[in-house]
Design a protein around this ligand. Structure first.
Ligand code: BTN
Length: 317
């Protein structure tokens, strides 16, 4: 992590002035290096007061770091959500998995403003610049590992519902992608650990990434296929409020998972159903429905039906 990001993370956590001397001792650098790091942050648009003999104070915290506001919005929830915000991480899923393996409790949520090594499904990377909403949720559901796909689908439905509260009607591409106007606006990566003997989950980490604001440095190859909420709708969706709404809807869908309430939303807003799709191993067929646990039912050319439960599909037409 660069010094400026370490300094920013420290200023975000403090509600009072941080002295330059303390920061320089903490990070093992000179006070001039701290001053330079603060100047870089100011150039990036962070408002930081520098007062002689008191130190540095971050005046306006990034919206995602309004931890208290998120907690306020989550009042009345049954899950004890505990928000841990970071400015920059390699991957919120990586940290959440490490914490879960060390015993972090259900409801721990890791958020980051930027990810330097965001992970996508199938070993792909997930481009995670400033302006996105990146969070990973630790759950400890008493479920068989085979239910993991339902939770990913629950999460996609929860994201859809949260966006709908802003009048944004997204579409869900099986199994984990969120689309708006035929371009990807976000994705979900569920990872977990289970007990080999019982096949029950030990913990589940659900990672959600949503492109909220435009990325001025978006790689050329992503431009035709990826977009963000602000570009598509002109709306400035506050990331902290979006995160809180997703958690609320997710909690509700999970509590009703045995009634499959999430599935109605998942089906209604699917952009996969009715299309000819191709699986990763090259089979083609029409997507005609979902099983209760969100497997994709495909009708093959020989009219036989097949349920796809792993990998991804490409929409052909
Ligand atoms: C995909 O589109 O393939 C899934 C993308 C999942 C990205 C999110 S961002 C927050 C969390 N941390 C990660 O490293 N990945 C997930």
């Amino acid at each position: 992590m660069k010094l400026k990001d370490k300094v920013l993370s420290r200023l975000i956590k403090e509600n009072t002035y941080c002295s330059g001397t303390n920061l320089s001792e903490e990070f093992g650098v000179t006070r001039t290096a701290i001053w330079k790091a603060v100047e870089q942050l100011k150039a990036e648009g962070y408002q930081i007061a520098a007062v002689p003999r008191r130190g540095y104070l971050l005046l306006q915290k990034s919206d995602i770091f309004q931890e208290d506001t998120i907690q306020e919005l989550l009042k009345g929830c049954h899950i004890n959500w505990k928000i841990q915000p970071y400015h920059m991480l390699d991957s919120t899923n990586r940290l959440a998995k490490d914490l879960a393996a060390q015993g972090a409790s259900e409801g721990t949520v890791i958020m980051a403003d930027v990810q330097t090594a965001g992970r996508g499904r199938m070993g792909k990377s997930f481009h995670s610049p400033k302006g996105g909403m990146y969070m990973s949720i630790i759950l400890r559901p008493d479920m068989a590992v085979t239910s993991m796909m339902s939770i990913t689908a629950c999460t996609a439905s929860a994201v859809h519902m949260a966006l709908a509260e802003y009048g944004i009607i997204s579409q869900i591409k099986w199994v984990n992608d969120l689309f708006l106007h035929e371009k990807k606006i976000g994705g979900i990566l569920s990872e977990g650990s289970f007990q080999a003997e019982s096949g029950r989950m030990e913990y589940l980490v659900i990672g959600i990434g949503i492109n909220v604001h435009p990325d001025p440095e978006m790689p050329e190859e992503l431009k035709p296929i990826v977009t963000d909420l602000e570009t598509e709708t002109g709306r400035n969706v506050p990331r902290y409020a979006l995160a809180a709404l997703i958690l609320k809807h997710l909690e509700k869908f999970i509590s009703e998972i045995e009634n499959y309430t999430y599935l109605g939303i998942y089906q209604k807003h699917s952009c996969t159903l009715g299309h000819i799709v191709r699986t990763d191993d090259g089979r083609e067929g029409k997507a005609i429905g979902f099983t209760k646990d969100a497997g994709l039912v495909m009708q093959l050319e020989n009219q036989k039906k097949e349920v796809i439960r792993t990998g991804s599909v490409k929409i052909i037409r």
